[in-house]
Design a protein around this ligand. Sequence first.
Ligand SMILES: Nc1ncnc2c1ncn2[C@@H]1O[C@H](COP(=O)(O)OP(=O)(O)OP(=O)(O)O)[C@@H](O)[C@H]1O
Ligand SMILES: [Mg+2]
Length: 219
Amino acid sequence: MRDIWYCYPGASSWALKEVSIELGSGEIMLVAGHNGSGKTTLLKIAGLIYRPTRGEVSVDGCDFWMLEEAEKIMVRRRITYIHEEPVLMRGSVLENIMYPLRIRGLGREDAAMKAKTIMRELELMDLADKSTKELSAGQSQLVAIARALAAEPELILLDEPFAHLDSWKSGLIAQVLQARRRNGVGIVIASHGRGELPEGLEPDRIIILEDGRIRGMKG
Ligand SMILES: Nc1ncnc2c1ncn2[C@@H]1O[C@H](COP(=O)(O)OP(=O)(O)OP(=O)(O)O)[C@@H](O)[C@H]1O
Ligand SMILES: [Mg+2]
């Protein structure tokens, strides 16, 4: 992200100002800051959901927003943003986790097998047949994380992923994310502060946002 500025449509002030960062593979970055400091906006721009008002987002050296639609679809499949309040589709938990695999062309059986592997890793097998309408906030968060991991993205952007999770599940997600980091996946976590992260989750870099600007960087 190079010199990114973002203003929400109709808003009178900038939500992000002059933000430049490179998101690398095989590292965990924490984006910290108070409510309204711009964390979600930054993640959605990095997640190729919002187009910056000014500045450039490039992936492998290509300016993403200048790509053809078909190319954008391919690039977007490599990057996943997990919403603060994830939205799941109707249907069962298993179907939701299979979905990204199905749209990538996997057959039903292979998709189900792969989805179940992730569900076992996240200890979600008990929920496989449950309807997504019947999930608690924390369970929805876990299913959204499982669905994102199933797609094996190169970059995962998680917005307040631990907000609804108990300490056991937070610790489990921390382990799962660290295993992905070892495999070269880039991980970005938005959180109010370092203290919100589960014990044992060590970010390689910390970016501190204040009023839409980067106020500090560690690592
Ligand atoms: N849809 C929107 N329309 C207009 N302004 C918005 C919108 N969403 C966010 N903003 C503004 O943009 C700024 C950054 O918001 P953002 O959601 O990125 O903050 P955040 O750091 O994620 O906060 P939180 O910790 O509360 O999730 C805030 O000033 C906010 O008021
Ligand atoms: Mg936010």
